[in-house]
Design a protein around this ligand. Structure first.
Ligand code: ATP
Length: 246
């Protein structure tokens, strides 16, 4: 393990090769500082999800290193990595992180229960009320709409309060009211010192981020801060590799 107190998450020359022999990630290096909200954008197939899976401990890179709070997560045993990430990392992935046969309440409490931590029932109840889910507390997650599932995922990270939150297309399937809510919560988490990394196609979501990481063909092609919609769109069209987008 390595010590590095500066970045919450770092990718160091991360590469990922698939069975065909193609590299879907090529020497991606990027750091995410504590309390920042970052959007990873790029065309379909650019490698955004692959990079986020590597960053979040879900998918081992073929080359390079991923450090979460200074810990080289893929140098750990599978068991140690699972234990470490369970308490430090939260996910807002619509399809992947709810257990369909468990109730809303059980899903929200699950990461804390798995980590052997106490669940504060009052906080949980207040979260369900805030997100309009109180009446569905006992409903199986699989019976919820996409917007409701995304709200359950938000309650879960708010209850867990991990160091890092990864969000995969957090507004992708949502109407504008739910999209706004999700983005407000991601901002709230970042303002509370949590590092938030989201993959998105949504220019409005990227504009709300502190920083935008642009990807193309498995590489990071630029990084920009405080961008407006025109700059995000221009960055997505950017063809020059390794250039700073301003
Ligand atoms: N395990 C895998 N096996 C085969 N191909 C893969 C695998 N993982 C990723 N790919 C391919 O790698 C490329 C990058 O995929 P990835 O899902 O990371 O892109 P993306 O930028 O997130 O795209 P989208 O916006 O469409 O989700 C794609 O061409 C994808 O088909």
């Amino acid at each position: 393990m390595q010590a590095n107190n500066v970045s919450a998450v770092s990718a160091v020359a991360v590469g990922r090769q698939i069975a065909s022999g193609d590299w879907v990630l090529r020497e991606c290096s990027v750091t995410f500082s504590p309390g920042s909200l970052t959007a990873i954008v790029g065309a379909s197939g650019a490698g955004k999800t692959s990079l986020m899976y590597c960053l979040s401990g879900l998918d081992a890179p073929t080359a390079g290193q991923v450090l979460v709070e200074g810990h080289d997560v893929y140098a750990m045993s599978r068991q140690a990595r699972a234990t470490f990430l369970r308490s430090r990392v939260g996910f807002v992935f619509q399809q992947y992180n709810l257990v369909s046969y468990l109730s809303v309440e059980e899903n929200v409490a699950l990461p804390l229960s798995l980590a052997g931590r106490q669940v504060d029932r009052q906080v949980l109840t207040r979260l369900l009320e805030r997100f309009g889910l109180a009446a569905k507390a006992g409903t199986a997650a699989g019976a919820l709409s996409g917007g409701e599932q995304q709200r359950v995922a938000l309650c879960r990270v708010l209850l867990l309060r991990p160091a890092v939150v990864f969000a995969d297309e957090p507004t992708g399937a949502l109407d504008s009211a739910n999209s706004r809510l999700v983005l407000e919560v991601l901002r709230e988490l970042a303002d509370a010192g949590i590092t938030v990394v989201m993959v998105t196609h949504d220019v409005d979501a990227a504009v709300r981020a502190d920083r935008v990481v642009f990807m193309r063909d498995g590489s990071i092609t630029g990084v920009g801060s405080g961008l407006d919609a025109g700059q995000v769109l221009a960055g997505m069209r950017q063809r020059v590799r390794g250039r700073e987008v301003r």
